[in-house]
Design a protein around this ligand. Sequence first.
Ligand code: NAX
Length: 327
Amino acid sequence: TKAPVTVTVTGAAGQIGYALLFRIASGQLIDAETPIKLRLLEIPQAVKAAEGTAMELDDCAFPLLESIDITDDARTAFDGTNVALLVGARPRAKGMERGDLLEANGGIFKPQGEAINAGAADDVRVLVVGNPANTNALIAQAHAPDVPAERFTAMTRLDHNRALTQLAQKLGVSVTDIKKMTIWGNHSATQYPDLFHTEVGGKIAAEQVEQSWLADEFIPTVAKRGAAIIDARGASSAASAANAAIDHVHTWVNGTPAGDWTSAGVVSDGSYGVPEGLISSFPVTARDGKFEIVQGLDIDEFSRARIDASVNELVEERDTVRKLGLV
Ligand code: NAX
């Protein structure tokens, strides 16, 4: 067997946490040979609920699950951690302005970034799921100067997976027939799911659908899917978000297949005009445990305007947290 991997999950008692922990413990995050040590971070009021989930994890008798530690202290939670899944966040309350939301989340992601900086393992990989995910990731990264910036990522894999299925259903193909899907920008309603580089049966997807479907149905359906789920389910996406978090880390560690890529919010190196340092979604490959932004794609006017709109929103969020002294 392989060396154990320590995985910290914040917001472990929440609904995504409940869908996520059992899959991590069963060996779906890394592989089926790597033992897992779980660390659950919660706020004091939710520690008891996290203990309940831990009891259920015990009751699964997962062969790979070596230990479960539960804490309300970030330093303890991230000490020696290899994979940090930052799920717990402050939701937007009624009447809350974007600035208030960013400030409230700064109160969570700044100390968590500091705790990761102080004690995480040298190979730590961080995935931020809690919204606003891109800017929360930026805040955490800004407070972890000793950790390579590229280890901080934000989740757009759920958007990516949503886009795969919408396109597969439209064309009557399997999701496995689709390669090179891309989500650009912010994990928000401004995100841009791009079909101009996506391949289905070796041909460009945008050329196999009507332009009106692409612009008026596909893009808004993917971008507003979270709201549609809340509408239908009476609660936000949980199992699908957990599934996407598993996919994100599994791909990061194990790589993307030849001839394909995925989408992830990663630190921009200035590619495609995205300001350096922003955490924005790009087409990425994963090789040797590292994400790399796919280079050299032609961006037409239609795509350019949409990428710019989403990236501008990220710039505004960054400027807001800058003014608040959070980055
Ligand atoms: P829940 O409200 O069910 O759970 C959140 C948990 O986080 C709660 O148990 C809470 O006690 C805990 N928490 C709050 N502050 C904490 C802190 N400082 N340290 C540790 N734990 C803390 O939310 P859930 O449905 O699980 O969603 C979690 C986050 O994921 C939300 O911010 C949500 O907006 C975001 N999402 C992100 C998605 C993405 O694609 N990036 C999609 C799904 C989801 O909407």
